[in-house]
Design a protein around this ligand. Sequence first.
Ligand SMILES: C[C@](O)(CO)[C@H](O)COP(=O)(O)OP(=O)(O)OC[C@H]1O[C@@H](n2ccc(N)nc2=O)[C@H](O)[C@@H]1O
Ligand SMILES: Nc1ncnc2c1ncn2[C@@H]1O[C@H](COP(=O)(O)OP(=O)(O)OP(=O)(O)O)[C@@H](O)[C@H]1O
Length: 288
Amino acid sequence: MQIFEKAPAKINLSLDVLHKREDGFHEVEMVMTTVDLADRIELNTLEDGSIRVESESRFVPNDERNLAYRAAKLMKDHYSVKQGVRIFIEKNIPVAAGLAGGSSDAAAVLRGVNRLWGLNKSLDELAVLGAEIGSDVSFCLYGGTAHATGRGEKVTPLPAPPPCWVVLAKPPLGVSTQTVYQNLNLADAHHPNTNAMIEALMDYDFDAICAQVGNTLEGVTLNLHREVGQIKEQMRQAGADAVLMSGSGPTVFSLVDTDARAQRIYNSLKGFCTEVYVVRMLGYQERT
Ligand SMILES: C[C@](O)(CO)[C@H](O)COP(=O)(O)OP(=O)(O)OC[C@H]1O[C@@H](n2ccc(N)nc2=O)[C@H](O)[C@@H]1O
Ligand SMILES: Nc1ncnc2c1ncn2[C@@H]1O[C@H](COP(=O)(O)OP(=O)(O)OP(=O)(O)O)[C@@H](O)[C@H]1O
């Protein structure tokens, strides 16, 4: 049997870090949404019980370090499944970019092997397993737009934002999420107003959403990599309605409500960094 799953990237419209916890993770409060830049996952049953990962991308590991492999292994062990799976990842989301590419691949594999192996588990049950793989995996399982708390694994759905264009630009460098959290000094960090962002979504108010974007981790990555600030400035000058770094970075996104301005921002960045995308906000839950 063969099935396909779509694994969309996420952006953090709002990311607040509250405090460091006893377990080393940080308590966060985030508003996240999916965008139409996605990896494509192909799954085939392997009757010999093995798990294999393949990708044409040279940036992703093809062994147990791959989050997609870990997702399949977790499902196989947890539900005592005899069959195996070949996972092919068509990698379209930039790696180590702050767009949750690996987490979304893992979530797609959880959903996919659930179907492939006929397990019929609920998304809520899969989300509990997903949290063992990474903090963003639970959100990626549901997709859409959501409020995420805890270390990111407690997910409550929110209404989709009004349709708009999202321009994504990643400078040619990767960022380790762990390093960014380690370098965060909460005493002088910026804290976005999460409640105001949730209200803006409830009101379906694009201007209010743009006014409320904010990310506590942005200052850390800006200090580490000046390219992030340069991209932000370039996007602002080209007419973006809102500009923010996603997750721990280094990808910066802008929100724009006309395609002409989205194109202008895209053109202004093309000479500056090679990985630039103009995509739609998905907002609602996207499957397969
Ligand atoms: C930056 C975000 O992507 C925003 O959506 C997430 O907070 C990070 O999610 P993720 O990449 O799935 O992160 P994980 O794989 O769970 O954790 C990677 C590392 O980031 C740090 N980490 C992550 C999440 C969190 N709430 N607090 C943390 O301090 C920890 O040092 C952890 O070892
Ligand atoms: N399927 C995968 N796709 C991409 N990276 C993977 C995958 N599996 C493991 N990795 C490893 O995970 C690391 C982080 O990659 P990823 O693209 O998920 O980062 P990210 O977008 O910054 O994630 P987040 O936004 O959740 O912090 C990379 O160094 C990569 O080697």
